[in-house]
Design a protein around this ligand. Structure first.
Ligand code: G
Ligand code: MN
Length: 244
């Protein structure tokens, strides 16, 4: 069976039995102080065996079709209501949510976020959206307009897995974002492969020259952290500091 087919079947099962989906939170730390500045809500699936699994196959299968909106709705409703509770005892900590750029093209996302913020009494400035360009942004003008409205609402915006898939340097000119996330794909080999190190160093310089912040993800080893600190990376996420 192809990977696509496996993903689609897992997606169908997950949507038939939504109780199998859950969210876990993974902290994002300030690199030097190790202070927790945010938590990212990550989708997981509980199998019948009780095992909790990653959902990348499911989200990739959903990315192309209408199921994406069902998964995103589940994540949004669950994450905002969870956050309404923990934010009270964690002043200053933000919630990071993953959002497909498709949401900007097809749904009234601004109104939905306004409603969620009102319903849960959450200050929108405590929410960050991580946008992964898993596909080509077909209507960049529309996306720019929606991103501006979300910023006006107070939300923070990040480009996730920057430099992979369809993310383009021109987006740093046109999309008014707070920062970029360095994909684990680059981070995991920074101390092993000079080409990966070169990309990470250069992206850090580029982001900082543009006044943007940088989060490095999948930081697992002290040597990786040392490298990132040496090159002034702002924030760190990964097993070295906290598991989801
Ligand atoms: O959406 P994003 O690309 O930020 O997703 C990150 C994924 O990587 C999550 O599914 C998370 O569970 C996983 N992850 C988080 N930290 C680490 C890490 O240190 N190492 C590895 N291998 N995976 C991680
Ligand atoms: Mn993310």
């Amino acid at each position: 069976m192809t990977d696509d087919r496996v993903g689609q079947q897992a997606l169908d099962r997950a949507l038939d039995e939504q109780e199998d989906l859950l969210l876990v939170d993974q902290p994002i730390h300030e690199a030097r102080s190790r202070r927790i500045v945010a938590v990212e809500a990550l989708l997981r699936q509980r199998r019948q065996s009780g095992e909790i699994r990653e959902t990348s196959a499911i989200t990739e299968a959903a990315e192309q079709g209408p199921e994406l909106f069902v998964l995103d709705s589940f994540t949004m409703l669950t994450a905002w209501s969870d956050a309404a509770r923990w934010m009270k005892s964690a002043p200053g900590v933000r919630l990071n949510l993953n959002l497909s750029p498709r949401e900007f093209e097809e749904n009234d996302i601004v109104r939905r976020f306004k409603n969620l913020a009102d319903r849960h009494s959450i200050d929108p400035t405590r929410i960050s959206l991580e946008i992964t360009e898993t596909r080509y942004i077909e209507r960049p003008e529309e996306t720019v307009r929606v991103l501006e409205e979300l910023r006006a609402l107070g939300l923070h915006l990040w480009l996730d897995d920057f430099g992979t898939r369809h993310s383009s340097l021109t987006h740093l000119l046109h999309f008014n974002v707070d920062g970029i996330k360095l994909a684990g794909e680059f981070v995991t080999r920074i101390t092993k492969d000079e080409r990966h190190a070169a990309i990470v160093r250069t992206l850090l310089v580029l982001a900082h020259e543009l006044g943007l912040k940088v989060i490095a993800e999948e930081v697992e080893q002290q040597e990786q952290l040392d490298f990132l600190l040496e090159h002034d990376c702002d924030y760190i996420q990964g097993f070295l500091f906290s598991r989801p």
